[in-house]
Design a protein around this ligand. Sequence first.
Ligand code: PLP
Length: 424
Amino acid sequence: MTTNSEWFTRAQAVIPGGVDSPVRSFRSVGGTPYTVVSGSGAYVTDVEGKTYIDFVQSYGASLLGHAHPSVVKALCDRAALGTTFGAPTQGEVLLAEAMTARVAGLEQVRLVSSGTEAVMSAVRLARGATKRSKILKFDGCYHGHSDALLVAGGSGVAQMGLPDSAGVTAGAVGDTIVAPYNVVPTLDETVAAVLVEPVAANMNLVAPVANFLQGLRAECDRVGALMIFDEVITGFRLAYGGAEEFFGVTPDIWCFGKVIGGGLPVGAFGGSRELLTNLAPLGPVYQAGTLSGNPLATAAGITVLGAMDRAAYEALTTKAQNFAAQLQQVIRDNGLYAIVPTQGSLLGLYLARSESAAPTNFDEAKVLCDNGLYRTFFHEMLSRGIAMAPGAYEIMFLSMAHSQEDLDATLRAAAEAARATANG
Ligand SMILES: *Cc1c(COP(=O)(O)O)cnc(C)c1O
């Protein structure tokens, strides 16, 4: 019998910090990460044989739940036929058709291998098409780890970004402007594109206020800047047609990842046929990838999208909204104050000691995320078999596989965890 501790010690010897993505490290909550052996539906099981109800779901990449039988079968069938060729495959066409059929105005997509790659390439496309340099992003929105987008920026008015990470040069972020979320910035004709998470889901959950996305669309049109929806989380999760359908605002470029890979590495960016004509081999904007549109990944993605009709999205949304209301109430009934904001099937979780308003931007989110309560609550939940993301800035991900019994068990654990946190 091995332990999480033994595996994490071995991991730390050969992998920096023991993790291949820092969000998995438990740095912000303390303690030792569980090392996962397997997942099934709503559950994950670690090397100690302990099973958890999983609300991480690979940070949203898993929509049907872990090891869904139809996805497993599609992967096995596909693996037997070969997994990468360096030539066009049918799977790429089928996944691109499935995506463009669901999102109005999305006429073409280019498949890549991660969300980071999708956004990085979308920015290049926007700059190439507009022949402008500047891009604007919002404080607290995450767009992957490419240099130009790793900027924190400050609060208040839009300001020039400074590097958020060592190794990112001032030059790499010199054309990135950072503005506060939920305020329509004033743009000028040097701006190639504005990047936005239509629901901010990387500073816990911050919903767009009324007319923010509409106002941003109008401001982009006024100066000829392209509007980029980073739908790496919201895409094919928020609604059947994503954020455009949900909010009634149409961007010029969409970025996708997570859900469309069905648990394998995929990203995509796209827009109108005319705009995508700028991409190589048709146009001057270069973009490429050895494993892009990988047959295994497209097989999984097609299977997931195929399983999600409109009724499935409605069911997921109803389940998430009922659960959110109950979770908020059960925590408030047990000595802590909770805000559980929702947008469609996305839900956040803010904890406080006294009544607080739902955050509308990064500065407000920080106050609640940094109050230290989440770290205690997280461990109280984990010890009761509920796995949440090991960081207060993440949201909770429900999958199609979470049953009412799973959610009821989670609410019972949350009552005890809230009491323990309040008294701690
Ligand atoms: C996860 C995420 C990304 C980056 O995707 P990776 O696949 O981790 O590279 C980009 N944008 C948003 C909104 C994300 O949530």
